[in-house]
Design a protein around this ligand. Sequence first.
Ligand code: FES
Ligand code: FES
Length: 139
Amino acid sequence: IETKRYYHERVLDHYNNPRNIGSFDKKSLDVGTATVGAPACGDVMKIQIKVKDNIVVDVCFKTFGCGSAIASSSLATEWCKGKTLDQCLEIKNSDIAKHLSLPPVKMHCSMLAEQAIKRAIYDYKLKQDKLNEGASKDG
Ligand code: FES
Ligand code: FES
């Protein structure tokens, strides 16, 4: 009841029923991984995407942090699923914050989610580049 004063009900919903908690094999070639941290508070968020034909077919997260960070990552994973990589790159922390009605002091929690998605995509693309380089060297 106390928390209700501080958190919007959508935050509480994601906090109580987080979507897509888990982890994938970091080494798997179709997986992109990002772990980001907020220096201000020490919270850590990990988001992983599984990609097929340029589409995020699965996604998961683990967040050690405040309710807003957990809700932001949970929501971000929902927004990523089934989208193309380019569409996922367009997910903005301001949209996450707006959807969850985050107060200004909690903006950085949604920043973590945007960052994590972008870096997970980057990690995936880097793997593909390395694969392609390897392939062209072989052929
Ligand atoms: Fe308390 Fe982030 S500041 S969990
Ligand atoms: Fe730092 Fe939420 S991530 S307070």
